[in-house]
Design a protein around this ligand. Structure first.
Ligand SMILES: [Zn+2]
Length: 455
């Protein structure tokens, strides 16, 4: 029986520059307005010594440069030297972070001070008269061999001045104000085990270390499966995150309409800018960095379906450079489903289990495809219809034709061009109008699908 791979967060990418940032940005601006050295400490007997802004900027810039150098040269003593020794738990977490970072190779690792500082009155009791500042920072890094361009991660650090020296005292005092992916790389939150394959870098949970080799093999095999369908136009290097930390995944779901409960894994593009944080957009790389993130809610390292799940997600990685803003969502998901199941025999796949509603739609003579709005409503049906549509295209014009069809949307840069672009692509590749294709899909669905009585 076929279990359809669950959804992913393509919509987050689409909405990234609009709705996604609205709420966090508002919070950020409110807090940021207070500015440096103006910490309000109501009813506190001690007041922090005022901070010399120029001195703080110079000292924190130097501290962050040393910290970056410690990562790049894997110099643990240098990493430790700028840590505030007052909080043993923080020191232990920083050791764990460094333990992970030394297992990785970076082309770059640098911090950008944004010149914006946060005020958290609740911290006043912790620091008393000790001056402290919470600067907003962007970490820019690139994993060697995997990130073709740097990725940016927002952080809010806590620096305290003790005995005339600024030290890093905390890195998560106000993580709740961070945008998606802020301070949420796997090493930030967990002890990680890192495995390197031919095509994949797997960041797994330390507790799954015994499964690491299997995970790497599975990820490599998924890359090779995708390559058979999509041989050109991508680097075949994939970063897979499989740590058992729900919060890490939830950072991508800071939207009221998005929910991780129905999501097996997500593929997210990584950017070198953060809306509301970066001064200007980063250049668009031809090959965008990305992360495949497995949802710990469902993750079982022994599950035989992990190969299909990763194949689906890695198909998104492969097609990412070819996706235009107006690429129909049914096609983006349908080709990922197609990639996951293309090696199965038809008697293993068919009859595809579908809902009564989808079957009824097919029997009535036309199956509607979700060009936009794929991720709301009857999402499971949308996945099935998209997958069957890609199978139908392959049946008519082969996999080369399917790739040609997909690539036609590459230059469709506006969402509202998606429908006319789809009309033109169907005519050019299949000689059908959209209405005719949806009728053909209905016939195909009737032939290949049966009602899922348990669904
Ligand atoms: Zn997907």
């Amino acid at each position: 029986m076929l279990l359809l791979v669950l959804g992913h967060s393509w919509l987050l990418r689409r909405r990234r520059r609009s709705a996604l940032v609205a709420v966090p940005l508002a919070l950020v601006l409110l807090v940021a307005a207070a500015g440096i050295g103006e910490a309000r400490q109501p009813a506190r007997p001690e007041r922090a010594t005022p901070v010399d802004a120029a001195e703080f900027t110079a000292a924190s810039t130097a501290l962050l440069a040393r910290r970056a150098g410690a990562v790049l040269t894997r110099d643990r003593a240098a990493w430790r030297a700028d840590l505030d020794p007052h909080d043993q738990q923080f020191l232990a977490r920083q050791e764990r972070v460094f333990d992970a970072l030394v297992q990785l190779r970076f082309d770059s690792w640098r911090y950008e001070l944004l010149g914006r500082n946060y005020t958290v009155p609740a911290l006043a009791s912790r620091y008393g008269a000790t001056p402290y500042v919470l600067p907003g920072v962007l970490l820019h890094y690139a994993l060697r061999g995997y990130d073709p361009a740097p990725v940016a991660r927002a952080q809010i650090l806590t620096l305290a001045r003790r005995d005339g020296r600024w030290l890093l005292s905390a890195d998560s005092d106000v993580d709740e104000l961070l945008p998606p992916a802020g301070h949420a790389d796997p090493w930030d939150r967990r002890a990680v085990a890192i495995g390197q394959g031919r095509h994949s870098l797997v960041l797994a949970d330390e507790r799954d270390r015994d499964h690491l080799d299997d995970l790497v093999r599975t990820a490599d095999e998924a890359v090779e499966r995708v390559t058979c369908l999509w041989p050109m136009g991508w680097r075949r290097k994939v970063v897979v995150v499989a740590v058992r930390d729900q919060q890490l995944l939830e950072t991508y779901f800071r939207l009221p309409e998005a929910d991780s409960r129905d999501v097996g894994a997500i593929t997210v593009r990584a950017f070198d800018d953060v809306p509301g944080w970066s001064q200007r957009p980063a250049p668009e790389p031809a090959q965008p960095p990305s992360r495949v993130i497995v949802n710990p809610r469902f993750f079982d390292p022994d599950n035989a379906q992990n190969l299909d799940l990763l194949t689906h997600e890695i198909a998104h990685v492969a097609t990412l450079p070819t996706v235009g803003v107006g690429t129909p969502e049914w096609l983006v998901e349908g080709i990922a489903e197609y990639a996951a199941y293309r090696t199965y025999d038809s008697d293993e796949l068919d009859p595809v289990q579908v809902s009564r509603e989808l079957r009824a739609e097919a029997v009535a003579g036309s199956v509607a495809l979700s060009t936009t709005g794929f991720y709301s409503g009857a999402v499971s049906d949308h996945y099935t219809a998209g997958w069957l549509a890609c199978r139908l295209i392959e049946q008519r014009v082969g996999e080369r034709g399917l790739r040609t069809f997909f690539a036609r949307f590459r230059s469709t840069m506006r969402v509202y061009d998606a429908v006319p672009a789809q009309e033109a692509a169907l005519q050019a590749v299949l000689g059908l109008s959209s209405a005719e294709f949806e009728q053909a899909l209905a016939t195909y669905t009737v032939q290949h699908a049966a009602v899922d009585e348990q669904g």
